[in-house]
Design a protein around this ligand. Structure first.
Ligand SMILES: [Zn+2]
Length: 437
């Protein structure tokens, strides 16, 4: 069975049309997949990225009439080595060098494998280089006409099949998901989608359940890796809480992962704006200040980390100020939507964002240091609402932007169909794995 068209970031087509097509696909999937053993395939047809010119001489069908040679490049070798045994290779190399796509064959790396087709005079008629699982470079030439040479790229069609896995977590989250055949990439994506809602180290209990609907990508029937997660479900049984996640794209751009109400699973702020070694000081009133040697409030959190560790913008916003403060050293204050501000102190140096510039959540705004009053390298981080300091580790964050109003009907349809797929599995009944492909 072969279905076509699902929204894909490389597409610039009308998303509406794609979603409708995808809905039809999923609808048929729902009907046909009552038996989980049945093979189900969804394909995604990528448009040709580049038009291939008409073949000069050696068409695919004609390849077999020529002699086929393989050459694998060794270190410090180039195209000249690969063509050494070819008749009239000097002239050929010169012609290649003048072609606008010469770099397809002149920028070679050790291990690159060139497939050559030569005629009875040992002259080259065709050459191919597989640059990636989806990209092949082709050179064609007619040996009898010295000016005929063509070099172009072929983008292979990627077929995307949709797979659903579900299972229970027993020992650890990672092992649980790995056990049902999800790749490390999909496990990581899954953890990222839910990282705003769940503490993956501490919150899982044996018996918690998950379902993931994700893309597996193929070229010529060969698996090349996982794509996106389209939908997921996490059932934290001990908390009696089920969290669904639906991927939503529009006009080729990811808008986000949302629950069925269209609420963003992402929060407007990251809990910790840094990968830290340990928390060296918590938010507290009346703390003894190690440098000033007096009792003071500590209006933020100190994250100990090596000098140079990147510091991320905790949320989208603009740089309200960037400069030097007596206690803070090099500091940045970010202004976020509404009433929120975040403050970052003791930086060794700043990132590229200047005062007044926009930053996105996760952008590197600076690096850990110990400028100002600090006894060791750390980030001093403050979270302010209407100018009032709150404990960054416990403050309730607002959610990221919900599904835009005008896209809600589209999202509702999409999420509804994905949800009916998620409902099809009962992890307790099927033990560890429900695979279908
Ligand atoms: Zn501090």
């Amino acid at each position: 069975m072969r279905y076509l068209l699902l929204a894909h970031p490389k597409h610039t087509y009308q998303t509406t049309a794609l979603v409708v097509a995808a809905l039809i696909v999923l609808a048929s999937l729902t009907i046909n997949a009552a038996n989980a053993q049945e093979t189900q395939r969804l394909s995604l047809a990528l448009p040709e990225q580049q038009q291939s010119p008409a073949p000069l001489v050696a068409t695919e069908a004609a390849e077999s009439s020529f002699h086929k040679l393989h050459y694998t490049l060794k270190p410090n070798q180039g195209l000249g080595h690969a063509l050494q045994t070819i008749n009239n290779n000097g002239n050929l190399l010169w012609r290649i060098s003048r072609h606008e796509n010469a770099n397809y064959f002149t920028r070679l790396r050790p291990g690159d494998e060139l497939i050559k087709w030569v005629n009875e005079d040992n002259r080259l008629v065709k050459m191919k280089l597989k640059r990636s699982p989806t990209l092949t470079y082709v050179l064609e030439t007619a040996p009898s006409y010295d000016d005929s040479l063509n070099i172009y790229a072929i983008q292979q069609e990627v077929e995307t099949r949709i797979q659903m896995v579900s299972g229970q977590i027993n020992d650890s989250f990672y092992l649980g998901v790995q056990a049902v055949g999800a790749s490390p990439r999909t496990i990581m994506n899954f953890a990222n989608i839910y990282s705003w809602e769940v503490d993956f180290v501490r919150e899982f209990r044996a018996g918690d359940e998950f379902t993931i609907i994700f893309e597996r990508r193929y070229v010529d029937g060969e698996y090349i890796g996982d794509g996106h997660i389209l939908a997921a479900q996490l059932n934290l049984r001990h908390r009696n809480r089920t969290i669904n996640a639906f991927r939503f794209e529009h006009e080729g751009e990811l808008i986000g992962y949302f629950n069925e109400q269209g609420e963003n699973l992402r929060k407007a702020f990251m809990r910790n704006p840094i990968n830290y070694t340990r928390i060296s000081s918590h938010f507290q009133r009346g703390r003894y200040h190690p440098v000033l040697q007096e009792i003071r409030d500590h209006k933020g959190v100190d994250y100990a980390a090596p000098t140079g560790t990147p510091i991320y913008a905790a949320g989208d916003g603009t740089v309200k100020s960037r400069g030097w403060g007596r206690g803070y050293g090099n500091y940045i204050i970010l202004q976020h939507a509404g009433r929120y501000e975040t403050v970052y102190g003791h930086m060794s140096r700043f990132g590229k964002f200047r005062q007044g510039q926009r930053v996105n959540q996760g952008d590197v705004i600076g690096y850990v240091g110990m400028t100002g009053l600090a006894t060791g390298p750390h980030l001093h981080y403050e979270f302010r609402i209407d100018g009032v300091h709150h404990d960054p580790l416990t403050v309730e964050f607002p959610s990221g932007d919900p599904v835009p109003e005008d896209l809600k009907p589209l999202f509702a349809q999409w999420a509804g169909l994905l949800k009916s797929q998620l409902r099809r599995t009962d992890p307790t009944a099927t033990k560890l794995a429900t695979l279908f492909e």
